[in-house]
Design a protein around this ligand. Sequence first.
Ligand code: ZN
Length: 89
Amino acid sequence: MSVTHIAAPPVVLEDRIIQRCSLCGMKLIDMPKPSIQDEKPPDKPWIPGKFISVSEDFQVMMPFTDYIPTDLCYYVVSLNTESLSIGDL
Ligand SMILES: [Zn+2]
């Protein structure tokens, strides 16, 4: 089962980049800050505002659509729920 989240702007904190969902707050990315010596630019963090489909161990940025995905976290997860771990969905 996948759930679609909306990427919030990434936060650079010391040597890490953290990016959460702008709706439910689930952590999408927690990765080392890329080095300028990296040969190719990383595909993450995601572009803020994009739909990100998340399954148990895989994330993918969805192509542009003019409709809201039916598995959007807003519909799937209660915003009052303490635990928003993907494993609980
Ligand atoms: Zn979300």
